[in-house]
Design a protein around this ligand. Structure first.
Ligand SMILES: C[S@@+](CC[C@H](N)C(=O)[O-])C[C@H]1O[C@@H](n2cnc3c(N)ncnc32)[C@H](O)[C@@H]1O
Length: 292
């Protein structure tokens, strides 16, 4: 999860603009960003910013907590992957795993997770955490979620907490890839910035409460360097787009969870704040099942 200040356009999800490694000269705009450019930008951006991301958010994420979103909805409570008691022995693919905190929680339940991420530096943080705890390392794979390096039907579950989905240009293809590597009847659950947030400035204060852009504008949010090369990209889909992509790939949508901001939670995460959380959904979690 991150947070991007998408001014001047609008805002996207968990973002970039405020993290180390971005140069002030990078220009934020809305423009097309093809798959290859988006992947390259994500890999480089997350490699450059992984240290700061983990410094800033590591305490909230916890080393072995599975939280879906800045609202702090935990899998232990929500059980969106199914009953926790039934996770033991399950082969689980975590996509866009970062430092694999969710995988570490899954392993503690007896599951057999594989944590996949495009960023080598993010995955090094997973190793760092395991070493510091004296744990057997979580199985890690560095790859682009658009082309999953696994045989058909390899997993019992797939999950992603703000992982690759918001950063991928062709999420219809990503859904097909997840479908391919899952066994029939198995769940795919992912969280993303709630699409409505794209209509609002990504600001935690009152300025983040007034719509300033079209919810229907799917033009990606891009930061680019002086040569016009993308250094950070996020892609927008409406709620309907996401449902159609899932169904077209062969999934059945079981639930769409919009976590409410807990009254006791005071911690901001970029554009996610108690103020905005009282007015707007910040996260959408799609709970789906491979239907065929
Ligand atoms: C906002 S972080 C979320 C990480 C972790 N799930 C968490 O909650 O901290 C997004 C992660 O997605 C990864 N990512 C971005 N694009 C990706 C892609 N195309 N394939 C795989 N991982 C990707 C990034 O490297 C980053 O670790």
């Amino acid at each position: 999860m991150m947070t991007v200040d998408t001014t001047p356009g609008n805002s996207a999800s968990a973002g970039a603009g405020d993290a180390a490694g971005d140069t002030d000269e990078d220009l934020a705009l809305r423009r097309q960003a093809p798959a290859e450019e988006s992947s390259r930008a994500s890999r480089h951006w997350w490699d450059r910013n992984a240290d700061e991301y983990q410094d800033e958010h590591g305490a909230f994420l916890g080393d072995d907590r599975f939280t879906w979103c800045p609202e702090g909805l935990d899998e232990a409570d929500a059980q969106l992957l199914g009953p926790t008691a039934e996770l033991a022995g399950r082969e689980v693919l975590e996509i866009g795993a970062g430092a694999a905190q969710c995988s570490r929680w899954l392993r503690a339940q007896g599951a057999r997770p594989v944590a996949l991420d495009i960023s080598h530096r993010q995955l090094q943080h997973s190793r760092r955490i395991d070493l510091s705890r004296g744990d057997v390392p979580i199985a890690l794979v560095q790859a682009d979620a658009a082309v999953l390096p696994f045989a058909d039907g390899s997993f019992d579950l797939a999950c992603s907490a703000y992982g690759a989905v918001p950063f991928s240009a062709d999420t219809a293809a990503l859904m097909r890839e997840v479908h391919r590597v899952l066994r029939p009847g198995r769940r795919w659950v992912f969280s993303v910035t709630h699409p409505i947030r794209w209509a609002f400035p990504d600001e935690p204060g009152v300025e983040g409460l007034t719509a300033s852009a079209s919810y229907f504008d799917r033009t990606p949010y891009v930061e680019q360097d002086e040569q016009g090369r993308a250094s950070y990209v996020e892609h927008h889909r409406t709620l309907g787009d996401r449902v159609r992509e899932l169904v077209a790939a062969g999934f059945t949508l079981l639930d769409l969870v919009e976590p409410e901001w807990p009254a006791e939670l005071q911690q901001e995460w970029g554009g996610w704040s108690p103020l905005r959380g009282r007015h707007l959904p910040g996260t959408a979690i799609f709970v789906s099942e491979r239907s065929s």
